[in-house]
Design a protein around this ligand. Structure first.
Ligand code: PEP
Ligand code: MN
Length: 455
């Protein structure tokens, strides 16, 4: 780490633990304190999942995005599960993100920073502590780090040993991601291969056409003797909502070079809409870590909220340190986002602004499926670009829930998934995700917006 990237203030362990005296929302009630302590001790003895140097490099990349010199693509499951951490599923999610990144890079002629909602996205905030089905009430599912999804008392009981299992599943997920992205699979000469195995559809065909253009360009560059490692491997980072403090705190490590604390559970950590209270435990805890920090901002967020979050989480106004992820809803974004952008800009702060066009657009069908309309997602996306155009600020990235599988969880898209089709392949244990094709369509739309921005 260079001297320049060291913060002016390095938090001490006692500062790091200050959050313990504050209210931490959305934490599970563990039954057995000794078992929680044992899990915590175990985690504290494990190697870090990510390293300080990587975290610092991501911060620098995000600073570029905040200046409009790069674009953030952040995506993955709403809730990862231990069972779905298989080689095939991880590969397909990485492939989908790589394909989207190519579409964006080619469309916008700008570097795309790839960040998975992966290798740690195992804890979920819930609107209710319990769930009732057919007159039976059980604890709500809080993510695989806490309890099981099956609707039985045994499965829904909290189990602190899941914290340790979550660490190991994250480690094997990250191992595979590192192999895929550093070991030749992410070679740009593989652009066609990333598309294989997916059912042929309009988005895939459009992608194929683009891949052929890239191929030609690469062959031209090779013929000219251009060789660059940037073509055969790619940086890929991981992120998750830092919700469960009994998981995050034991994974903090002090960097030997600077003495600064890093959350080593993921490169980028974010604070959710339900836990961003200024006097709450999450904001306090994360304020002491060196990682890039994201904060979700919903439609009730005020300029004052945003400015106080900046003061608390990014007092030194360090480029790349803070990302605001707005999730307003398609109906509201054109009214709610511009004043926030203007208020923050007028205060002289330059956080990275990213849109999450998913979480403000949830609906439930008459048949009980949680879903989202692809059109609403696209509409919020366009509203995000419009808001930035209006205020003169930088639209720096997108944050989406997606999977590489051909699931049927969101309505619409060019396959026209309707309410009756949702049952065909609905696999999410939490929020509905864009499937592979909807993800590609979205990437093409964003590329279009970025292109017109560059004009
Ligand atoms: C999420 O990202 O899955 C989530 C719960 O988002 P939010 O905090 O914005 O509601
Ligand atoms: Mn979600």
């Amino acid at each position: 780490m260079t001297q320049q990237s060291a913060p002016q203030h390095v938090s001490s362990i006692s500062e790091l633990d200050r959050y313990r005296s504050l209210v931490a929302k959305q934490q599970p009630t563990w039954g057995d304190p000794a078992a929680v302590q044992a899990a915590s001790d175990d985690l504290a003895s494990q190697p870090p999942l990510v390293f300080a140097g990587e975290v610092d490099r991501l911060r620098e990349r995000l600073a570029q995005a905040a200046r409009g010199e790069a674009f953030l693509l952040q995506g993955g499951d709403c809730a990862e599960t231990f069972d779905a951490a298989t080689a095939d599923k991880i590969r397909d999610r990485v492939k989908t993100l790589l394909q989207m990144a190519v579409v964006l890079t080619y469309g916008a002629s700008m570097p795309v920073i790839k960040v998975g909602r992966m290798a740690g996205q195992f804890a979920k905030p819930r609107s209710s502590d319990t769930e009732t089905r057919d007159g039976v009430t059980l604890p709500a599912y809080r993510g695989d780090l806490v309890n099981g999804y099956d609707f039985t008392p045994e499965s829904r009981a909290t189990d602190p040993s899941r914290l340790v299992r979550g660490y190991h599943v994250s480690a094997s997920t990250l191992n595979l991601i590192r192999a895929f992205t550093q070991g030749g699979f992410a070679d740009l000469r593989q652009v066609h291969a990333w598309n294989q195995g997916f059912v042929s559809n309009p988005a895939n065909q459009r992608y194929e056409a683009l891949a052929s253009e890239i191929d030609r360009a690469l062959r031209f560059m090779e013929a000219c003797g251009v060789e660059s490692s940037a073509l055969n491997q790619t940086e890929f980072y991981v992120s998750h909502e830092a919700l469960l403090l009994d998981y995050e705190r034991p994974l903090v490590r002090i960097d030997s070079r600077t003495g600064a604390p890093y959350g080593t559970s993921g490169h980028m950590l974010w604070i959710g809409e339900r836990t961003r209270d200024l006097d709450g435990a999450h904001v306090e805890f994360l304020s002491h870590l060196r990682n890039p920090i994201g904060v979700k901002l919903g439609p009730t967020a005020t300029v004052d909220d945003a400015l106080r979050l900046i003061d608390k989480l990014d007092p030194e106004r360090e480029p790349g340190r803070l990302t605001f992820i707005s999730r307003m809803g398609a109906e509201k974004i054109r009214d709610t986002l511009p004043p926030l952008l203007a208020g923050v800009r007028d205060a002289g702060a330059t956080p990275l602004w990213v849109t999450d066009p998913m979480h403000g657009n949830g609906i439930t069908t008459a048949t009980g499926y949680k879903t989202r309309r692809f059109d609403d997602v696209m509409n919020e996306l366009l509203g995000f670009f419009e808001a930035h155009r209006e205020v003169g600020t930088v639209p720096g990235g997108i944050h989406v829930e997606l999977t590489g599988d051909d699931v049927t969880e969101c309505l619409g898209g060019s396959e026209n998934i309707d309410e009756a089709s949702l049952a065909t392949r609905y696999e999410s244990v939490c929020d509905p995700r864009l499937n592979h094709m909807q993800s590609l369509e979205l990437a093409f739309q964003v590329a279009q917006e970025l292109k017109s921005l560059a004009r």
